[in-house]
Design a protein around this ligand. Structure first.
Ligand SMILES: NC(=O)c1ccc[n+]([C@@H]2O[C@H](COP(=O)([O-])OP(=O)(O)OC[C@H]3O[C@@H](n4cnc5c(N)ncnc54)[C@H](OP(=O)(O)O)[C@@H]3O)[C@@H](O)[C@H]2O)c1
Length: 322
């Protein structure tokens, strides 16, 4: 049904976008993914129905060109912290106007958008959440008649290339002793990337989803501290969590936001002041707890490697097991 239909993924080279690109391509869509750094995303090219292009989608003329000939667009562009003041507005709000204009000019009738759980223009606890909420409101105001819009509001998303479990696991592996954790009691309801992508793909051709905004959450609610403890247990690390109170959490954010990489900012701190959970949405199935149990294999735990070497026959010949 989707054979030879074209879909443009804005932000399709990111963590969620890549998974979405493969799933759509497997369903027969011709997928176009523009990227500022296509050389970093060559893995996408293994699929014959995915086209990876170099482009600056923020430039309206460039975006317009990309939209021509497409039947649908998915917008996944988003940032967690500003490099320059005003970036949240630029990418989460102004860019939405550019996308809607480009879709209308190209005669595109379907636009799907990935927002965030807790996004709220008026009451979001951080600039990230307010700007995401404003962008979503804009989209649902402008995209009504000709352009059918749907938004997804995921809680934190986990999966093989995420910036969440991977980031914490990556840091904790090099840690020893007490790990000072900001906002340890913030609640999250992590959702597996494959489940989120499944929801997006199913919605593309579903008229029931037009004009809807869907919160997307996994089956379990955890505090941030519980998630880190699961990682520590799975990787058998010599680390214990040192939960920070409000003042020290803010201090940590103030320090880290001024270091390269901006691992944690004051705006991230503010986002974590609201519980990131769904009260009445249809839950996705994949369990973070089970996923994390498989982490030791993913991270090549040295203990596993050592026992593998110990148990495996020393001879190089596969037939030499005697
Ligand atoms: N991951 C989560 O846990 C999570 C949770 C809730 C909501 N979301 C939302 O889901 C969406 C996708 O998230 P993700 O984790 O997949 O993001 P990601 O891995 O950081 O990817 C972001 C994508 O946006 C593009 N992008 C970023 N800044 C850009 C800019 N200045 N100009 C042009 N393109 C830019 C990047 O393209 P290039 O190849 O050009 O760099 C990349 O493809 C975002 O809107 C995010 O807010 C994510």
């Amino acid at each position: 049904m989707s054979r030879n239909r074209n879909i443009l993924l804005l932000g399709g080279s990111g963590f969620i976008g890549k998974q979405l690109a493969f799933t759509l391509a497997n369903r027969g869509w011709q997928v176009t993914v523009p990227s500022r750094r296509p050389h970093r995303n060559r893995a996408l090219l293994v699929h014959p129905r995915i086209r990876l292009l170099e482009g600056n989608i923020i430039d309206p003329a460039n975006l317009q060109e990309l939209c021509n000939g497409q039947q649908a667009v998915v917008n996944l562009v988003g940032i967690l912290h500003e490099r320059r003041k005003g970036d949240f507005r630029r990418y989460h709000v102004d860019f939405i106007k550019t996308v809607v204009d480009a879709c209308n000019a190209a005669g595109i009738r379907r636009l799907l958008h990935v927002s965030a759980l807790g996004a709220d223009q008026a009451s979001g606890s951080s600039l990230y959440l307010r700007s995401k909420g404003e962008g979503e409101n804009l989209l649902h105001t402008f995209g009504q008649r000709e352009l059918k819009v749907t938004s997804f509001q995921p809680s934190v998303v986990f999966g093989k290339e995420d910036n969440f479990v991977n980031q914490f696991a990556g840091i904790l592996r090099w840690y020893f002793g007490y790990f000072p954790l900001a906002c340890p009691n913030s609640k999250l309801q992590p959702v597996y990337v494959g489940d989120l992508v499944g929801r997006i793909v199913n919605a593309v051709d579903d008229p029931q989803s037009y004009s809807k905004r869907y919160p997307v959450c996994g089956p379990e609610v955890f505090t941030l501290r519980q998630i880190l403890e699961l990682i520590i247990e799975a990787l058998q690390l010599p680390v214990r969590i040192l939960p920070l109170g409000k003042g020290l959490s803010q201090l940590q954010a103030l320090v880290l936001q001024n270091l390269p990489g901006k691992l944690f900012t004051m705006d991230n701190y503010r986002s974590l002041q609201t519980d990131n959970v769904c009260s009445d949405c249809e839950l996705c199935e994949t369990s973070l707890r089970q996923y994390i149990h498989g982490l030791s294999a993913m991270f090549g735990n040295k203990r596993n490697y050592d026992s593998f070497r110990r148990d495996y026959p020393r001879s190089g010949s596969p037939g030499d097991h005697s």
